[in-house]
Design a protein around this ligand. Sequence first.
Ligand code: C2E
Ligand code: MG
Ligand code: MG
Ligand code: MG
Length: 280
Amino acid sequence: AAKTDGRNCLRYFTKSMEEKVQKKLSLNKELRNALAKSEFWVAYQPIINLASGKVHKAESLLRWEHPELGNIPPIDFIPICEEYGLIASIGNWVFEQASLQTAVWRNTLDPNFQTSINVSPAQFKSDRTYHKNWLSHLDNINLDPQSIAIEITEGLLMEMSSHTTAQLDAFDAAGIEISLDDFGTGYSSLAYLQKFHIHYLKIDQSFIENLTLDSDNMVLCEAMIVLAHRLGVEVIAEGIETQKQRDLLLSINCDYGQGYLFSKPLTANEFETFVLNKHA
Ligand code: C2E
Ligand code: MG
Ligand code: MG
Ligand code: MG
């Protein structure tokens, strides 16, 4: 009946909008307590050197284990954290966890191990001195800033605010590396690679999905890789799920890959086992 009755349709629509708002408000409330209640944990996804098959890097990914709803994906709660002013404290927590873990892995797995951390644009804006706290935290735990890469998106660079530029420059000067995430979506411009000191470009998984030898995506990936390399930037492909995608990317000199073909995001313990097996 809803299909033919316009008014009913509208009513259903309104109801579901209302449900969405309700859901958001209740998640917001629960998010405020989630840190204190230790409902968050950090997963690590291996980043594979495509030529050698070795793992010297990982991306840290936030996980929220809700007591009743189970695992809530970041795409459902990160925007709420951003909207309600929670992202800076949660971002700081992820950074602390990931840097402590990296210090351990530099001792046990690989002296050059590096972990990348996703940083929300809202973190840069809501706390203009957060980078100083991060750098002094690294100093306190005696961790080389090169152990850390921060993943930012083009949206942040597009705004070109002087604060953001100063924050990125401070990270760069200290030795933290900068990775441009989800590249190719949004208002991508290769000019960013030149304007800012970017170390890694992450090709968005939407380009990897339909990769074949003669596809437009293959041409685009190859062009991105050639240009990045000419500018001294290394390339990481996101969302590699098949051996064929991996082979095609290696054939166009893509440096690193990440995706379910190699591994899903793992707990710290699982990650260690994964790397030890791989390097055995
Ligand atoms: P992202 O930074 O682009 O992270 C990559 C996403 O792709 C992750 O989703 C990862 O689990 C997923 N992925 C990896 N390999 C594959 C694959 O082969 N196939 C498919 N279909 N997906 C794959 P996840 O963990 O759900 O995170 C989603 C987004 O949430 C991230 O995208 C990032 O933007 C945000 N996020 C996650 N953790 C944090 C965090 O600690 N802080 C902030 N600010 N954002 C975060
Ligand atoms: Mg990322
Ligand atoms: Mg990405
Ligand atoms: Mg993404």
